[in-house]
Design a protein around this ligand. Structure first.
Ligand code: PLP
Length: 433
């Protein structure tokens, strides 16, 4: 199967190129040239398949022409090494816990699959592939863990000194092996500038294969379809879910729509926004106008120009009313978000992180008009990742810290100091073996 740019259907590339380049040169985003559907044979048995088997069948629909079955199965099995439990918090009100991976956020699904697929594509290359990532905190951790120990690839993470949380810094700087952290004497923008300059530099490109691991890569989107399928079959037969998706760059929501195009029965999609509610206002009829992001407690959703909006438009062929027919948007205030964390803990003895709490509020609004709905809120991060907010709302020490986070405190940081200077960064890269 070939992949085409959302800006130009004539720009067609094979999967390997779409994965290793991430972005088409025309600044669009890659989508499959035709959307696959799973056949009746799959839908006859899907409820009884394992999570890994569902993942494999979905991956095969998109990538099966380009990756042999045994390799694809191994990639899926290795990427899906943790579960996604569906919890019925109250009657017909479900939460899908997507935070049981290595960095306790749903981005582990996409990042782990991408890492293994990239490794497979470069397995016969003589030279090691170097992945450059600039991070303001969370992405770097997910990408670092995803690539840790993956053969034939090394990762260089650039992070701004003193501007990521202590916990985040430990996630970036304690893995070792094929992961190297550079502590840049500058801002996140400086880190991003250095990465872009390196990717565009012909001299470096001739010397070493370089790529980036950003979140619009098509190979991060497809594995996010797996858990939509997996969770829908855990509902009682005959009930189609309303998926409530805490949204930022809209990758997760796009994956849900692809699941529906594969043939999954979905009642409706609810896009849950915080104050950064570009999609909600677009669905309400306003023009799409990117604006600077505003800080909220659900910081991973503070996005002023959602990168996957172009994919949404392409899926609905630029037809806003068609999009409204499948997606409803709600924007949720900071006060309502924090109140929902307190209320759900008190009433249902269940802890929501700030992102899932935005989803909970949006689900509640949907249920007011559709009381019979079975809502599945996608819980995108573990509450222990946001101790400041949870302690403030629930009182100190109420959230149990998983071992994976707790043990970071004892680990020793290993980072290389780097000036925010292209020449210094390039000189360091050139010295890599
Ligand atoms: C990235 C992220 C989101 C937003 O997901 P998109 O796919 O960008 O819409 C929501 N919650 C958490 C915890 C995240 O890390």
């Amino acid at each position: 199967m070939h992949f085409v740019s959302t800006n130009d259907a004539a720009h067609r590339v094979p999967l390997k190129q779409a994965v290793l380049a991430s972005l088409p040169p025309d600044n669009g985003l890659y989508l499959p040239e035709r959307l696959p559907r799973l056949d009746a044979g799959f839908w006859d048995v899907w409820r009884d398949l394992s999570f890994q088997e569902i993942g494999y069948r979905v991956a095969q629909a998109f990538f099966g022409e380009d990756v042999p079955a045994d390799a694809l199965r191994a990639i899926v099995d290795d990427a899906l090494s943790f579960d996604a439990p569906l919890v019925e918090v109250a009657a017909q009100q479900y939460v899908l816990e997507l935070f049981h991976g290595p960095t306790l956020a749903f981005k582990d699904f996409g990042a782990r699959f991408m890492a293994r697929l990239m490794s497979w594509f470069t397995r016969d290359d003589e030279r090691m592939l170097t992945v450059l990532v600039a991070t303001s905190g969370d992405t770097g951790g997910a990408v670092a863990h995803a690539f840790h120990g993956v053969p034939a690839i090394r990762v260089v993470i650039l992070y701004p000194r003193g501007k990521v949380s202590g916990l985040q810094e430990k996630q970036l700087t304690t893995l070792g092996g094929n992961i190297t952290a550079l502590e840049v004497d500058g801002s996140f923008d400086d880190c991003q500038r250095l990465v872009k300059a390196a990717l565009l530099d012909p001299g470096l490109a001739a010397r070493m294969p370089l790529t980036s691991a950003n979140s619009i890569n098509i190979s991060r989107l497809v594995p996010q379809i797996f858990y939509y399928m997996h969770s829908a079959r855990l509902l009682p037969p005959g009930i189609a879910p309303v998926f409530v998706v805490p949204s930022g760059n809209l990758g997760n929501l796009t994956a849900g729509l692809l699941a529906e195009r594969l043939g999954l029965c979905v009642d409706h999609f609810v896009a849950a926004n915080n104050r950064n509610d570009l999609l909600t206002t677009y669905l309400a009829g306003q023009a799409y106008a990117p604006r600077p992001s505003q800080p909220t407690p659900s910081s991973a959703m503070d996005v002023g120009a959602p990168s996957n909006f172009a994919r949404l438009l392409a899926l609905f062929e630029n037809d806003r009313s068609a999009m409204c027919g499948r997606i409803s948007g709600y924007s949720v205030s900071d006060d309502d978000t924090l109140a929902a964390i307190a209320e759900v803990a008190a009433t249902h003895h269940y802890q929501l992180d700030p992102h899932a709490a935005v989803g909970w509020c949006a689900a509640r609004q949907w249920r007011q008009r559709h009381p019979q709905a079975a809502t599945i809120v996608l819980a995108t991060a573990h509450p222990a990742k946001f101790p400041e907010t949870l302690d403030r709302v629930l009182g100190p020490g109420q959230v149990a810290i998983p071992e994976r986070l707790a043990c970071l405190a004892d680990k020793i940081k290993c980072a290389i100091p780097m000036a925010a200077d292209t020449a210094a960064f390039f000189a360091w890269l050139r010295l890599l073996p």
